[in-house]
Design a protein around this ligand. Sequence first.
Ligand SMILES: *Cc1c(COP(=O)(O)O)cnc(C)c1O
Length: 404
Amino acid sequence: MLDINKIRADFPILSQKVNGKPLVYFDNGATSQKPQVVIDAISKYYQEINANIHRGVHTLSQLATDAYEASRGKIQNHINAKFAHEVLFTSGTTHGINLVTNGFASILKPGDEVLVSALEHHSNIVPWQMLCEKTGAILRVIPMNQDGELIMAEYDKLLSDKTKVVTVNHISNALGTVNPIKYMIDEAHKFGAAVLIDGAQAVAHLKPDVRELDCDFYAFSGHKICGPTGTGILYGKEAWLNKLTPYQGGGEMIKEVTFEKTTYAELPHKFEAGTPNIAGGIVLGTAVDYMNEVGFDNIQQQELELLEYGTKRLLEIEGLKIFGTAKEKTSVISFNIEGIHPYDIGTIIDKLGIAVRTGHHCAQPIMTFFNIPGTIRASFAFYNTKEEIDAMVAAVKKAQLMLS
Ligand SMILES: *Cc1c(COP(=O)(O)O)cnc(C)c1O
């Protein structure tokens, strides 16, 4: 069991007041808060070892390079990648996905098919649309049901020899649905298609095992797992990464440059042009260590309790409807109240210290599916409490009274 007071003491921002009220931070789906060890590690890097990596013979450059590569190794272990060079540092999930879609530009042919799920974040839709426009490939959508679950019978029908890529999130940021990705990966592989998993939302709740999943790519952001903004990871199977062309050229990613021809560096450097976010990459390792110290079993237990309690308490409110009622679900509750715009609720409860997200959550097709402008989304992290849920429910009831 988690010692919740001890955990909360790790996060200085949580003891703040917002608008004169104790902060209740329920916007973890957008970004997580940072523990003191992460905040300290950033200044420690700049105070003690700041230097550019992979290029200097001097001591600081060595120290910075070692710390950066040690962090890569930590993340390799965390996701159980076979090789460290299959772990690419990126600026986030969006960057990772775009790296892959650009790499596929020289592989896809007109008439090839890319399957994308109906549950995706815009950052796992738009890059694939751009790729399809460029190559003449066709984007097909794996549909979902009213609970916000992907329909596997439809998925099976969509798969064919034309399918070259399947792209799906591990967990939906808008509804919290946990997708049956192991099944989806195995089925796609029967047709030789590559599978990209958008793990942006999942990594905060669980420890992905890329080798057990056997996915070809797994992208996530550091800022959603207690790490710094502007950091992320793209895991790719060695064979795929060797096949894809890099989409950014520059320093660090080359073997030899002449004006006639440039040859690319070995993995992972081929995909890491220019000076990276060195401090961020190192501190992402600190964040992963922190999450593992808390323990993903503990994290899941706390979050599932919050999900259950939050669902029960919110459903006490008259006219409240929850969107996303999948059997497999994480601690995200998307809801609306009859006759009231989500934005109005969000604005009023913010005055009461409650931070939730309102709007389409970068997933407009999901809102279109439910025929709503958006939802109010409360997304819980392991450092949240039932008392905070009580405060949110009281605030929502108050807002409802004011607005009706
Ligand atoms: C947050 C999120 C993204 C985008 O992540 P960035 O950090 O903004 O690049 C993509 N997909 C899902 C499911 C997300 O939750």
